[in-house]
Ligand binder design. Structure first.
Ligand SMILES: NC(=O)c1ccc[n+]([C@@H]2O[C@H](COP(=O)([O-])OP(=O)(O)OC[C@H]3O[C@@H](n4cnc5c(N)ncnc54)[C@H](O)[C@@H]3O)[C@@H](O)[C@H]2O)c1
Length: 440
């Protein structure tokens, strides 16, 4: 459905004004950042719409290796703004010719590192999607590129700016749940498919070789693109890489500890029979100094038996806090045993609803506002690349342990696995030529 341009701009600028830091508005009312979108698919366009709504960005260029997706996305930008962004297939050409001030990188995970590093080197500030990379050393190289080039790199872990997440963290930090000994993070969805589409020629307009880029060149299959790459391990890291980063990021936000000491994962494809290759069942255990965290997912049997499908439970001496997505947060206090009456007395459950924006059901405008504000002040954004790197490492260490079939001891300062050359090899991966693995 096409929205009338004037109505869109009127409604959206008004709606998002409150999220833009006041000093940005005051300093240069007419300034619009030359913004480029690389990866113009579903999520990239969600971010681009928010960039437009901020009233501070002009989408000057768009890039996608799939012409069909690119044309449709560029048409929408033109409808919304009246601007005609220049269209590119090759991000290197875009960076070279357009010299954007802002790059939105919303490509599949296997492309994240090369594009963001190139954008940093070209002098752009970057809004970079999660998980930040496909292997751990890519993340290291991205942090280095951001720092060496003095760039602001915001990662799209928007839950750090969602009001109900902020208040849940405040509750935990003010000892609302008491001393926490365990955190359980999870996502249980039932997207179970038994049949698979056959491999085929790529659709006209899609450069499949370029899409695969530094990753192995597999035959085209419509389950992979668009969107489905998440469940193919050549291009992503399954449910742990896709959803896990959001919830494991909450653990690192809450704790004073920067990384786990030991990581162990088990998992398999017990149920799925389709052509994806990611585990449909996975459990990861993270040992920190002062608590234990776990990740769990299964791709079947989501139901009401466990109340919440997605999120994290913080288990403390005063009770359990669940932080979720569309279900806000809920605190379940511990029962108090009344010895005289010999009954368990139930404490009062506390609940807070989420404040998500309709349409995307997220809090992207707040994250975009923080990004713009940091571009002005040249300070680190709320989801700085180093924070995203540490959170992505949680997911990637889980996958690494699963592949090895044993636990690993992680030195998060040196970013190496202790005394384990075989495991350390998995911190990087071979790139398909001519692409070169980024050095940190
Ligand atoms: N923060 C969040 O909550 C959130 C939500 C959804 C998706 N995401 C992330 O956004 C990214 C994109 O996900 P999506 O669902 O939009 O996928 P998608 O497949 O719909 O879109 C990705 C687009 O990138 C294009 N692309 C691939 N290689 C490219 C290249 N080298 N140059 C330019 N374009 C290229 C593809 O053709 C595709 O159109 C993923 O990393 C995903 O994890 C984040």
């Amino acid at each position: 459905m096409l929205i009338n341009r004037r109505t869109f701009l009127k409604n959206s600028v008004a709606a998002s004004m409150t999220f833009v830091a006041p000093h940005i508005l005051a300093e240069d009312k007419n300034k619009k950042y030359r913004t480029a979108l690389i990866g113009s698919g579903w999520w990239g366009m969600n971010i681009a719409r928010e960039a437009i709504k901020s009233g501070k960005c002009k989408i000057v260029a768009m890039c996608d290796v799939d012409r069909n997706i690119l044309d449709k996305a560029a048409e929408e930008v033109e409808q919304l703004t009246g601007d005609k962004p220049t269209k590119y297939k090759d991000y290197r050409e875009l960076l070279d010719k357009e010299k954007p001030e802002i790059v939105i990188n919303a490509t599949p995970d296997h492309w994240h590192a090369l594009i963001t590093i190139a954008a940093c080197k070209a002098g752009a500030d970057v809004y970079h999607e999660k998980p930040i990379g496909h292997t751990i050393n890519e993340g290291k190289a991205m942090v280095k590129a951001a720092r060496d080039n003095g760039r602001v790199v915001q990662v799209g872990t928007h839950r750090r700016v969602s009001p109900h997440h902020i208040s849940a963290m405040k509750f935990l930090k003010e000892d609302g749940a008491g001393t926490i000994g365990m955190v359980r993070t999870f996502a249980h969805y039932s997207r179970y498919r038994s049949r698979s589409p056959a491999d085929s020629d790529p659709p006209e307009g899609l450069d499949w070789d370029f899409w695969c880029g530094p990753a192995p060149l597999r035959p085209y299959n419509r389950r992979i693109h668009p969107g489905g790459f998440r469940q193919f391990l050549d291009y992503a890291n399954g449910q742990l890489g896709d959803w896990g980063i959001h919830w494991l990021d909450q653990v690192l936000w809450w704790t004073e500890e920067k990384f786990p000491k030991t990581v162990y994962s088990t998992g398999a494809r017990h149920v799925k029979e389709d052509n994806t290759d990611s585990p449909d069942t996975q459990v990861v255990t993270y040992e920190f100094e002062s608590f234990t965290a776990t990740w769990e997912h299964r791709f079947y049997a989501a139901n009401e038996a466990e109340k919440h499908h997605v999120g994290c439970y913080f288990y403390g001496t005063k009770g359990t806090l669940h932080i979720g997505w569309q279900d806000g947060w809920t605190f379940y206090p511990v029962d108090r045993w009344d010895r005289r009456r010999r009954v368990a007395e139930k404490g009062k459950i506390i609940h807070e609803e989420p404040q998500l924006h309709t349409k995307s059901d997220h809090n992207i405008p707040e994250l975009w506002a923080d990004f713009l504000s940091c571009i002005k002040s040249r300070s680190k954004p709320v989801c700085d690349i180093e924070i995203g790197h540490r959170s992505t490492n949680m997911s990637l260490l889980g996958m690494l342990s699963l592949k090895l079939g044993r636990s690993v001891k992680w030195d998060g300062e040196k970013e190496i696995i202790i005394a384990d050359p075989q495991a350390n090899k998995l911190l990087s991966r071979e790139y398909r030529k001519p692409w070169v693995y980024p050095e940190a």
